[in-house]
Design a protein around this ligand. Sequence first.
Ligand code: TPP
Ligand code: MG
Length: 624
Amino acid sequence: MSAAATRRLTTAQALVRFLAAQYTERDGVRRRLITGTWGIFGHGNVAGLGQALVEYRDAMPYHQGRSEQAMVHAAVGHARQLNRLSAQAVTTSIGPGATNLVTGAALATINRLPVLLLPGDYFASHAADPLLQQLEHPVEADVSVNDALRPVSRYFDRITRPEALLASALKAVRVLADPAETGAVTLALPQDVQAEAYDWPEEFFADRVWRVRRPAPDPAELADAVRAVRAAARPLIVAGGGVHHSEAEGALRELVDATGIPVTSTQAGKGALRHDHPADLGGIGHTGTAVSDELARTADLVIGVGTRYSDFTTASGTLFQHPDVRFLNLNITAFDAHKLAAGTLVCDARAGLSALAEALSGHRVDAAYETEYRAGKARWEETVEAAFRAEDDGAVPTQTQVLGALDAVVGDEDVVINAAGSLPGDLHKLWRARSPRQYHLEYGYSCMGYEIPAALGVQQAAPGTPVWALVGDGTYLMNPTEIVTAVQENLPVKLVLVQNHGYASIGGLSESVGAERFGTDYRHRVADGSFTGAPLPVDLAANAASLGMDVLRAKTVRELREALATARTATRPTCVYVETAPPSAAPPAAAWWDVPVAEVSAREAATGAREAYERAVADRRHHL
Ligand SMILES: Cc1ncc(C[n+]2csc(CCOP(=O)(O)OP(=O)(O)O)c2C)c(N)n1
Ligand SMILES: [Mg+2]
């Protein structure tokens, strides 16, 4: 017997070669799983993975980021744009480079979006402890700062010997390609092991295809689900992100066309139906449309498809008020399917929706119910029109007029990215999603600073598509640095930068919960110690220009329209900077959100807010 073929490589070289040979396959289409690796080098990865990435630069594209957190955001945006069928890796130095990943990892895992994290780690040999940037835990000698990534990862391992990679790399990739359990996957890489050579079996580097399965519904669960839908007088669908991940939009439309069941959507699910489909009622919950929330209060069967039922969706447990309301959850994870004591259909969204449509053949909701929700939809469309319309082209635009101007300029395929501030609520209520991938809201973690780096990852996945990052001034200040990367990579992303001198969203929330807008405006400190002076003299447009963007300053509605049209066809990264006019013209929330208010206080603002809070919280139901 001849010895099996081996290849002598460092652990880092072997990992890069292995990753370059992984593929996903769904519906007969094969794609590269890891399309590229983001990296910032320092001690902990420069000599290991850094060396491997230059050695194999033809097999594994490399992207240079500015901050580790932002690199994860870019990778997450990329994976979401590609329906989780491809992902990217992120390599960091040890210490601060590694812990900068934690926020991005949490965001990825909460949104169930795959990203491979490769932080450098201490010497497995412990030969030179304590290293620069090493935690040096006095009791648990095997702990490193990378252990902070455990609770925010769906898979975690520390590769303390080269051959440990053989088993662990396969487990890591399984999670990255899994349609249910995915999120951040962390392989912490001690830097001495990265550089160590080993004789790797040749089979480790063979092309490997991970089928992204579409589990079919269980026949007994399906029969129960069909009975529940047939028995319901006022069924309502809540479409979540799972509809998009599964590419189930067509199956949803067929079910809805046949049955007349109306569709509301979460932040992750919006766009599951086109906005002008007669059964699309738009967002649901605290940031939902009036028609969705009215229907949710009276629905007797709520059909959740690919949703995790966050507090925004359920109005913190107060939204679904029909005395006999039941839930039916179609979800690929049993964990989510069982929420709200629902009837379950644990399967792929597309497979489940198609099976439901077939089994419900001939069934249709009451004509009166259809007439009712269509009238509600028509009323809401007038609300959107009013919020978008600008009577005076020469005036400073409100934030909703900014969205109206953007609405007028985008095409069907443009992608609009946002995550935090007052924009997510305005967008959820008002945006007219024209295609499944257009509405890109990260609202699982709602992380300020996701937008700009995510735009890079989306643009890499969709070259030629106009990609818009919408950011408030507070969000911009938190994480503008990936603008430099957009310039470096020649990615013509578009930035709409909305200046309102602070945290409009949290200011409003603060006021409503008795916290008096404390610490939410960007204003000078004055003699009494408060921040109530003039707005700060910062020039964020000049800042964006200094990082390499082309910047268009729009002072009026007319200038804004022109600037957006110019930005849309620009071939360089372009920022449209606009100062908005207060107050917000957005329609008010039609459902509650639970933010507990001080139970005792010497200040009137808090005691008044507490009374309102106690009235609202009394509506909470436990669905058991
Ligand atoms: C990283 C992070 N820190 C804090 C928050 C809490 N937060 C949510 S919105 C917001 C203010 C956003 O300000 P800006 O981007 O200017 O938007 P605006 O509220 O003015 O619309 C804050 C601090 C968050 N979501 N993410
Ligand atoms: Mg702001």
